[in-house]
Design a protein around this ligand. Structure first.
Ligand SMILES: [Zn+2]
Length: 333
């Protein structure tokens, strides 16, 4: 495994570049694929200067002229460590930027001018986060991002011709509503984006902008991956790996355990999601990590409700309670 900032060949015609990110994840892996009418870039990194330095040094290590040799830029999802560098790369290379069609609108809504942090603050507060923490977190997490002027749509199921690689676009919801993966069946290669990672579990969150039931959609996607022909998995973070079905099963079990733990918290009485998140995610968390913990907790509470194990009560704040403790939910009362 190459260090952060360096490039490595991971398969014929496919290179992995580790871009630094100013987040606890430390790096995001982007991919460069040669073939066809030029290079294809998969993901772009976080919008800050070290990203661009590494793009320049990584490209020159492979003899790529960024101005002339890039045919297309594929962005797997709207998160800032994946889409953040797309405007810089688009301007530098002149290559078109592609996302799954509904993700284009989603990215503009979340990062565009006037999107504002206020609805985000309100949502955090409604779920029990103290107002001053919510305001500070929102200012950092929803401060806007310069996106490419033009982003072009990819469609689910579409097959791309990248020369030596002919991957199909597979939607991968849950971590982001309109994330996609690239799967080359003949070569058994999966570009997994952030859907299946080896040493960490992807964040599955119910965010203010999320579509409903993210954990259900994620678990369904994981399940469908078990039958996929892929013995080389190229993820957005962490090491490259091989046992896709095994890792998918492990992550699925992790969520079952999480659901059980959160149900146990609710069995001791109704609670706001923020209070549940503080019990489920212990240790010292940064401000942003507390937001991720809250969103992840909400996704699980929402799933418990879907499974008929918990009841959501609207209010300020919203609370969840165990189905067993909910007198209204019992027949005959
Ligand atoms: Zn992500």
């Amino acid at each position: 495994m190459q260090p952060i900032g360096k490039i490595a060949r991971v398969a014929e015609d496919i290179y992995q570049l580790k871009l630094p990110v100013p987040l606890p994840l430390r790096f995001v892996s982007v991919y460069l694929i040669s073939g066809g009418e030029g290079w294809t870039l998969v993901d772009t990194g976080y919008d800050y200067p070290p990203t661009y330095e590494v793009w320049k040094s990584g490209a020159s290590a492979l003899g790529i002229d960024l101005e002339n040799d890039v045919a297309r830029i594929l962005v797997t999802h709207f998160h800032p460590d994946h889409i953040g560098g797309s405007r810089w790369l688009q301007e530098r290379t002149g290559a078109p930027v592609y996302l799954l069609e509904p993700e284009i609108e989603n990215a503009r809504r979340v990062w565009g001018e006037g999107s504002g942090a206020q609805p985000f603050v309100e949502a955090l507060k409604r779920h029990g986060m103290p107002p001053e923490i919510a305001r500070e977190a929102a200012a950092g997490m929803r401060s806007g991002l310069d996106l490419p002027e033009l982003m072009l749509p990819l469609r689910a199921g579409e097959k791309l011709d990248l020369g030596g690689l002919a991957p199909r676009i597979i939607p991968a919801p849950g971590h982001a509503d309109h994330q996609f993966m690239l799967h080359d069946e003949a070569r058994g290669i999966l570009f997994a984006a952030d859907q299946v990672l080896l040493e960490i579990t992807p964040n599955i969150g119910l965010w203010p902008e999320s579509e409903s039931r993210p954990l259900a959609r994620y678990l369904e996607s994981l399940n469908s991956l078990r039958g996929l022909d892929a013995d080389l998995v190229l993820p957005g973070h962490g090491p490259v790996f091989h046992d896709l079905a095994g890792r998918a099963a492990e992550i699925s079990r992790h969520h079952d355990e999480r659901l059980g733990e959160m149900q146990a918290v609710l069995d001791n009485g109704a609670k706001a999601p923020y209070a549940v998140s503080q019990m489920a995610f212990r240790g010292t968390l940064t401000l942003f990590q507390r937001c991720f913990a809250l969103a992840e907790t909400l996704a699980h509470l929402d799933h418990l409700e879907l499974q008929g194990r918990a009841v959501r009560r609207a209010g300020e704040p919203v609370t969840y309670q165990s189905r067993q403790l909910d007198v209204h939910a019992q027949p005959g009362l």
